[in-house]
Design a protein around this ligand. Structure first.
Ligand SMILES: Cc1ncc(COP(=O)(O)O)c(C=O)c1O
Length: 479
């Protein structure tokens, strides 16, 4: 099929890909105009137009008498948020009403969806998965309509076990239980290891879904400082364990939500050791581990656990189909308890979605899909960061996640993220305000943006509008 773009835009697109993939790095000289003519088989005028187009878009810059160079990344000039400083006391959680308000906004289909944290359908294998689902439904017979009692589909558990080695884990299907998404996996783990009134350790900031669960189970949350790159402060964790009895520790060790932090292997080992000393179970949420931007899949803390004290949770919501509601848990020594709780929670996980995902993993090109998803997220994070830095006031701080598709932004101190949320909704843009991610309604001047949708003119405009709103709020707040 003929490429509908003008020739110069096609050349610009190819050079842009080299920049976004890191093949051409900031400060590198891009091929000279003459060389590019030969490389692309186009005229001098076309290459010059392509380079001027890239210059207009801020990707390259001309240097007198030297040619064109990849522009230094704006995001390298912006600081990251500092390590968080939550209140050191355990507290009852009251986040449900705020979250209900924000979820209601997220249901609207006429907004630019920067709030909810899931990948856009345009980058998920919707058609292929749909075809597989249809074929599975045709062929499954009775097993497609009957309960698939715990531990759930053996085909799916086999596929999960096969890939466990990527996480440095040696697993058998018998150790795995399938669940209705990561949400149920986390809920079952929490119920298995806590009783109402217990204190559980959470990250600050953390994924709001676990805060809601903690609230509903009548637990108390003790927030631990988070480093934007390395995740949970283990020194703070040790201090907390010395001070009081803790029933469980929750951690998203790989590409936490919302920070995108990645706990180094040495810290994962130490985390497991520290918790073993106090005999505290670790509920490790590895929903984002497959979304690394470079290198290899990070290992999980569970890979250092010889005693079954780590309950590892996963899901297909961030990689394949959030609406299929399929997740899993490896509960270690709590397997029987978790299996029993699953019966009273949802009895069984949907049969057909499990079979479709198992088939996609076995024969559908799952690994190929993951590779392109990771590339997409890495590029989107870069693009969104640059757009935010261009549009927002210069004093913002921004995370630099090495995986996942979330950006966490610290706004000027005078800006209320909740007010920004209201004003952005009036402009049909959804964002996730910082207090959602805190047991103590902290992070009042932080927001999380979802970079999981393909880049578009609407997105670019939305970032421009958010930038304007932040500037307005910051000047009215400081007046
Ligand atoms: C860190 C984390 N854990 C768990 C979940 C819930 O996953 P699921 O949609 O599979 O229930 C999410 C969803 O946003 C998440 O970000």
């Amino acid at each position: 099929m003929k490429n509908p773009l003008p020739l110069y835009e096609q050349v610009a697109e190819k050079v842009e890909k080299l920049i976004r993939s890191g093949t051409l790095r900031p400060g590198d000289r891009v091929p000279s105009v003459r060389r590019a003519c030969k490389q692309h088989g186009v005229s001098l005028t076309t290459v010059v137009r392509a380079y001027l187009h890239l210059e207009d878009r801020g990707l390259i810059e001309a240097r007198p008498k030297s040619g064109f160079f990849v522009r230094p990344k704006l995001r390298d000039q912006v600081a990251e948020p500092l390590i968080s400083r939550p209140q050191p006391a355990a507290r009852e959680v009251d986040v449900g009403s705020l979250q209900a308000r924000i979820f209601a906004a997220a249901r609207r289909t006429d907004v630019v969806p920067l709030g909810a944290g899931y990948p856009g359908a345009a980058i998920l294998p919707v058609t292929k998965l749909g075809r597989i689902m249809a074929s599975v439904a045709r062929n499954a017979g009775a097993s497609g309509v009957h309960y698939d009692m715990p531990p759930g589909s053996i085909r799916l558990r086999r596929e999960i076990a096969k890939r466990a080695l990527d996480r440095h884990l040696d697993l058998t299907p018998e150790e795995i239980l399938t669940t209705c998404g990561g949400t149920e996996a986390l809920a079952l783990c929490l119920r298995a290891v806590t009783s109402p009134g217990d204190v559980v350790i959470v990250e600050a900031p953390t994924y709001f879904g676990v805060l809601q669960q903690i609230e509903e189970l009548g637990l108390k949350a003790l927030e631990i400082p988070m480093h934007p790159q390395k995740g949970m402060s283990l020194d703070a964790l040790e201090q907390a364990l010395k001070r009081r009895r803790i029933a469980a520790c929750l951690s998203v060790t790989n590409f936490s939500n919302p920070l995108g932090s990645l706990m180094p292997d040495e810290d994962k080992r130490r985390l497991v050791e520290i918790l073993a000393r106090w005999d505290v179970p670790l509920i490790e949420d590895d929903i984002n581990g497959g979304l690394y931007h470079r290198g290899d899949r990070p290992r999980v803390a569970k890979s250092y656990d010889d005693e079954g004290r780590v309950l590892l949770c996963g899901s297909f919501s961030k990689t394949l189909a959030p609406g299929y509601r399929v997740g899993w848990v490896v509960p270690g020594r709590y397997l029987e308890k978790v299996k029993a709780l699953k019966l009273t929670s949802t009895l069984a996980t949907g049969s057909l979605p499990q079979l479709a995902i198992a088939e996609f993993m076995a024969n559908g090109g799952y690994d190929h899909h993951l590779r392109s998803l990771r590339r997409h997220f890495a590029e989107q994070i870069e693009r969104m960061s640059e757009a935010v830095i261009e549009a927002f006031p210069p004093e913002i701080k921004l995370t630099r996640p090495a995986g996942g598709f979330l950006l966490w932004i610290e706004l000027p101190r005078t800006v209320s993220a909740l007010e920004l949320h209201e004003r952005a909704m009036a402009e049909k843009i959804s964002i996730a305000p910082g207090p959602m991610f805190s047991a103590s309604q902290g992070f009042q001047n932080f927001i999380r943006l979802n970079c999981g949708h393909p880049w578009s003119a609407d997105l670019e405009r939305a970032i421009g509008t958010l930038g304007r709103l932040v500037r307005e709020l910051s000047s009215s707040g400081s007046a």
